[in-house]
Design a protein. Structure first.
Length: 282
């Protein structure tokens, strides 16, 4: 199945990045947000990212302008009617995703593919909330989307071979490396990453070491680009908490249980970089 026009539901950090790489690969891309204010912020993020690339000599002005010229912003799902692929990148909440699937099912064509950028929810359960379970799959990008090469592709039990191959082809077309991930919470990366991040928080809670020494030890001792507590701030404490909760509900494994400190920081609005304070201040 040929994918030409791409729609993106959500223009937050992930949605904006997905829209950017789609447009950069030559796809006319329509990104939808719930209101004009959020849409403007997301589109500004794309423009700034591309301009930074021009400033650093990594993106030509021609490529910047061509990419921006292929992106259209909207606040209505009706404008996505002609899309061959629609990628949902909204909040990690099953009911909110289901609501937007009902809306998009009414406007896109019968052969169009719907995919979710979810990092933890069951793809089969999401597919069951649509009228196209055979044309649904997981397409999980990583942040920052324009720089990270990986995409996890997950089949629902209902995903057709044609849909799966189309998603694999799209991932390669936008210059990403796809891996096939199981339809289990966390897929591959978060299944390994989340217990590590939660253990780092537990170590801080229990006084094993200071915040700075935990991060320094893992960055310098293991060659990681940043320590685990800085990484939680980058991902978002709320996102980390949500993923951990979904994984614990599925597996009942204590390794996925969110530490009390993480829960309380989320309740206090200390969400990391996005809120200006998490384990660090920004």
């Amino acid at each position: 199945m040929a994918i030409h026009t791409v729609g993106v539901l959500g223009c937050g950090l992930m949605g904006a990045g997905i829209a950017q790489v789609s447009a950069a690969a030559g796809h006319p891309t329509i990104v939808r947000e719930v209101d004009r204010g959020r849409l403007d912020v997301g589109l500004a993020r794309i423009r700034q990212f591309l301009q930074d690339g021009v400033t650093k000599g990594k993106v030509t002005t021609e490529a910047r302008d061509a990419t921006l010229g292929r992106i259209t912003g909207t606040t209505t799902v009706d404008d996505l009617a002609g899309c061959d692929l629609v990628i949902e990148a909204i909040v990690e909440d099953l009911e909110e995703k289901a609501a937007v699937y009902r809306a998009i099912d009414d406007v896109i064509g019968d052969r169009a593919i719907l995919a979710s950028n979810t990092s933890s929810l069951c793809i089969t359960e999401l597919a069951a909330r649509t009228r196209r379970p055979d044309r649904f799959g997981g397409l999980h990008f990583f942040n920052p989307v324009p720089l990270m090469k990986l995409v996890e592709i997950t089949r629902a039990l209902t995903t057709s071979d044609e849909t799966f191959e189309a998603l694999m082809g799209f991932a390669r077309a936008v210059a990403k490396e796809p891996v096939v991930a199981p339809d289990q919470p966390g897929f591959i990366v978060n299944r390994l990453l989340i217990p590590y991040l939660l253990d780092a928080i537990r170590c801080l809670e229990r006084g094993l070491a200071t915040r700075d020494d935990i991060d320094k030890a893992m960055a310098l001792g293991c060659g990681h680009p940043m320590g685990p507590l800085a990484l939680v701030d980058f991902i978002g404490l709320d996102t980390t908490y949500a993923i951990a909760t979904i994984m614990f509900d599925e597996f009942k494994d204590p390794a996925f249980a969110a530490p009390p400190r993480l829960k309380r920081m989320v309740l206090a609005g200390k969400l990391g970089r996005k809120s200006g304070e998490g384990f660090y201040r920004y």
